[in-house]
Design a protein around this ligand. Sequence first.
Ligand SMILES: Cc1cc2nc3c(=O)[nH]c(=O)nc-3n(C[C@H](O)[C@H](O)[C@H](O)COP(=O)(O)OP(=O)(O)OC[C@H]3O[C@@H](n4cnc5c(N)ncnc54)[C@H](O)[C@@H]3O)c2cc1C
Length: 446
Amino acid sequence: MTLFQTQSHSQKPTVAVLGAGIVGVTSALALVESGFHVVLVDQLDDVSQATSKSNGAQLSYGYADAMAAPGLIAMAGRILLGQEAGLKFRLKPTPHNLSWLISFLREGTANRFIANTRSSLEIALRSKAQMDIWQNRYHFDFDHQVSGKLQILPDQASIEGQKPLIDLKRTMGIRQSVLTPGEAVEVEPALGCFGGEMAGALYSPDEEVGDPQRFARAALDLILTASPNNRFLRSHEVTSVDVRNGAIRALKTNRGDIEADAFVFAAGQWSSRFAKQLGIRLSIVPVAGYSLTYRLGANAPKHSVTDIKAKAVLCPLGDKLRIAGLADIGYDAASVAPARIEQLRSVLTKRFPGLAAMDGDGEPWVGHRPVTPNSQPIVSKTALLNGFVNCGHGTLGWTMAAATAVELASKVCAQFGMADSRQEITSEVKPANSANPSGADLVASA
Ligand SMILES: Cc1cc2nc3c(=O)[nH]c(=O)nc-3n(C[C@H](O)[C@H](O)[C@H](O)COP(=O)(O)OP(=O)(O)OC[C@H]3O[C@@H](n4cnc5c(N)ncnc54)[C@H](O)[C@@H]3O)c2cc1C
């Protein structure tokens, strides 16, 4: 059964995007701006329901540090022995995982860490520029604000460790400085109640926050309003890829085939599942993290606050306070681990009393960062003529999504011999009811 076929009357090529997380949705947005029709496909029933749902909400344009770092590698023994509260090692010994682990350890030298961090920062800064363009064009409402950020540095060693990074970032135009504890409390009075050790704080006045799920929903509404040829096929699980003569003919789903002119795989931590068929190496491992979201408390912060000792970030998001963090390397279960949620809750009560109004359960959440060994996302053509990937955004998918979306759109344009220029989206046809287009059942009929 073919569920979706490209419209023969349509002048524009259609691109099917597998995965409606923040990476898939931003890819779709950039593709529509580039002159394509898009069919967004997800096994879940809304956009941004998996790892892009309740993450730390940081647009960390100045904090895009690579995960494989000398400091982390030095802790390897303690992590393996379960002595690091924030980090757990749950990687199953499969060939894929062991190969990822060897590459990850190789990326942890001082030189590789600096090179990877510089490259991540470049992507993050391109992302900021693209997000600014989108905000000027579309004015999406997603609790976006330039909150600034304070990272609590527990001891002198952590202050010293920041110095080369501050120097690197300064050369890239990123403003950061180390404050004394007194200065930090002056900038962010909520830190007056901090219940842990603070030797200083790294202050970044330009850091931004925003809700990725609200952004994704607003972007989807725009995409669907722009043309009836743009679709969101919710609750469609892609089971395999139908390949004919070196090109993809269709995505095979539990509800029928989806045909298109080109296909983008933006399936987050699940992307590796398709690597063999696509003829591309996708070295990605899930690193689980957790979050709680409460109403703001009496001592609500104005800035984002990162507590590196507790491995958590606290983020003011509209009238909410979200705490997100911890890292369980290789944990891929969809269920939240109750002990990890309790750990985050006790960070709030013991280290940051009063920042959140701790009524209710705080909407416990687990997400799986799709981490590559060098912390670089994979934006690439595949071995198949009309297949592309955009995945592996790790700890920084929200921060990097806009940059990788336009990079992806450029590659798809090149494949079709189209000009690489993106125009503001305007509606091709005014829908009869455009109030809530994403709320309608837009599944194409067989
Ligand atoms: C605790 C935590 C805090 C974080 N904080 C931040 C932060 O503050 N800032 C930041 O920049 N990043 C943060 N991240 C990282 C960020 O959330 C991820 O990098 C990002 O969400 C990845 O987006 P994605 O679209 O690639 O994947 P996802 O959001 O996981 O989307 C992939 C989609 O593909 C779909 N899919 C997969 N397989 C199939 C299939 N076979 N058929 C149909 N659909 C399929 C899934 O249902 C899913 O919707 C955090 C992550 C965690 C866990």
